[in-house]
Write a protein that binds this ligand. Structure first.
Ligand code: FE
Length: 253
């Protein structure tokens, strides 16, 4: 059984499911936001977590009544189970317009396609009851059509692959400097460039954030830790910044 309540106040709840991924697959977090009888599931993951995730969610909310399924981008650890989720709920799935026509390749039935809502590049807002969630653009961090969710009711930013760590043996980051070794190699290789990191940092600095919850690894909790992450991300050379002739050379035989 997994499911850790990260926030609970005034009929608003955030639940993290972090233990469902099989050992050979990259660890992935699934999150559930519940507000006054309505719920959003974020980045539900692949086939191997589908049944157990349904069972574990049912301890907190009837999975068949989920209203929105948010897909931060097109990767298999985010999207692969989408057909099962749309079959077993009446939910609408939200994903960047860039990826709409790729979803049938994950086995999405044609009669379910009309429940996938394209998100335009500028993002959008959706409501769970009277709580309005903001879907923020985060393109090229890492996917070209990429979004994050800001939940103002818990002051949580669900940051997708940004802030992800691989192999960190804890749920909350306690020591930011020690955490870098789990986080830095991934960001340098997957995130597109310092320019977009900078744009992102400026955008989210306008929000009141108490928690950053990435799709892999540990969660950043508290204003101090959130600020440290944003400041680190803002200046990180990554992606195309680090590509040169050394990388772009014909491999030897
Ligand atoms: Fe990804």
């Amino acid at each position: 059984m997994s499911g850790r309540v990260l926030f609970e106040e005034n009929d608003h709840k955030i639940v993290l499911f972090e233990e469902l991924t099989p050992a050979s697959a990259v660890q992935a977090n699934q999150y559930l936001i519940v507000h006054k009888g309505e719920a959003m599931l974020l980045d539900p993951g692949g086939h191997k977590v589908f049944s157990q995730l349904q069972r574990d969610i049912s301890r907190f909310f009837p999975p068949s009544q989920i209203k929105y399924i948010f897909l931060s981008h097109q990767d298999p650890d985010v999207v692969a189970s989408i057909n099962g989720w749309l079959l077993t709920t009446n939910a609408q799935a939200l994903i960047s317009r860039l990826w709409i026509r790729f979803l049938p390749h994950f086995g999405l039935d044609s009669q379910l396609e009309n429940r996938v809502i394209p998100i335009e590049d500028r993002g959008m807002r959706v409501k769970l009851g009277d709580c309005e969630l903001i879907i923020l653009p985060a393109h090229f961090l890492h996917s070209p059509g990429n979004f994050q969710v800001y939940d103002p009711c818990s002051k949580t930013l669900f940051s997708g692959d940004l802030g992800a760590s691989l192999g960190s043996p804890y749920v909350f980051v306690e020591d930011f400097d020690a955490h870098l070794r789990y986080m830095e190699p991934f960001h340098k290789r997957y995130m597109a460039s310092r320019k977009v990191m900078n744009l992102w940092a400026d955008m989210v600095s306008e929000l009141d954030i108490e928690m950053i919850a990435p799709q892999h690894g540990a969660v950043f909790k508290g204003k101090g830790m959130v600020e440290r992450f944003i400041n680190w991300a803002r200046e990180l050379p990554c992606g195309v910044d680090l590509m040169d002739e050394g990388v772009y050379s014909i491999p030897g035989g």
